[in-house]
Design a protein around this ligand. Sequence first.
Ligand SMILES: Nc1nc2c(ncn2[C@@H]2O[C@H](COP(=O)(O)OP(=O)(O)OP(=O)(O)O)[C@@H](O)[C@H]2O)c(=O)[nH]1
Ligand SMILES: [Mg+2]
Length: 338
Amino acid sequence: MPTNVTADYKKAEDAFRKAREPREKLECLREMMRTIPKHKGTEHLQADIKSRIKQLTEELGAPKKGGRRSGPSHVVHPEGAAQLSLVGPPNAGKSSLHKRLTSSRTEIGPYPFTTHLPVPGMFPYEDIHFQLVDLPPVSSEFMEPWLVATLQPADGVLLVVDVNDPECVDQVPALINRLAEKKIFLREHWPGLPGETESPPGPGDPFRLDLPTLLVANKCDLDPDPEEVKVLEELLGLRFPAVTVSALSGEGLEKLGPFLYHALEVVRVYTKSPGKPAENDKPFTVRRGDTVLDVAKLVHRDVARDMKFARIWGKNVFDGQQTGPEHPVEDGDIVELH
Ligand SMILES: Nc1nc2c(ncn2[C@@H]2O[C@H](COP(=O)(O)OP(=O)(O)OP(=O)(O)O)[C@@H](O)[C@H]2O)c(=O)[nH]1
Ligand SMILES: [Mg+2]
């Protein structure tokens, strides 16, 4: 990362890191390209930004000069409390899990490489949803080139393996390496779990992507030894949090929702209008540390812009307490935006 960049460039890069929406990311990339000092020291970065702009423009389906786009979009617009990608070797049961958890119609097959395109689906947990994206497999021989773009909006990865398959000892490291070559790093640390982040925060390569990862040991109906996944991790020197499940019998799947909810530090906020009861059925979801303003942004851009103050009912406030936009919200808070 060249140090002699301008404040404007740094600002654009910060915005890029924070942006979740693919479209917003594209705007930030364009701003990075506009503001980057054009000299020898930034040539690499300029090339990197350009190729990302090209890739994302194509993925977002901006029509080409000829009028039609080249193929289906591979970028899934994030929805719900968080977006989790199902990554794994061929035939591990990613699609079976997706179907079971989200009631999607993703294709399942007894042979490898059944899934060819990303398939989104919503996985309900209590009164919220997590978005699960079913993906084609990653193997030592092949990874879809667009997968890199598809993974960008993800908040985390469910690394699905079939521990009964002896090949997974080779498949998992191969998959981790393939992704790492594309600057995508599967991480053991989740924000809501104890432990240190492995990559130091602060400036670095704007295009590296660190994804908190849960190891999902599938097909436990075939070998119900709960130690199997520990043996695998031991063997491979991995320390991902892990769950043992069966997409077939449903065993162990009840652990997924609570895990994601805690590990991602999801905070549910219910909004209400003055003089009316709270809308208790459909919370807005943010993350620990997020503020009243972040909630307002989810309600509507104009609401966020025009908001003066809020009244809050919840655990850490007295009933109807008046707060400013920067007040951090707590899970279960009821917020009235003014
Ligand atoms: N016994 C058992 N079989 C399973 C389980 N989950 C998936 N399978 C079977 O494993 C095979 C592959 O399942 P898929 O869900 O298509 O696997 P995938 O990981 O999506 O495969 P690709 O799309 O090719 O990467 C199918 O025959 C499934 O029926 C499970 O929990 N237990
Ligand atoms: Mg599949």
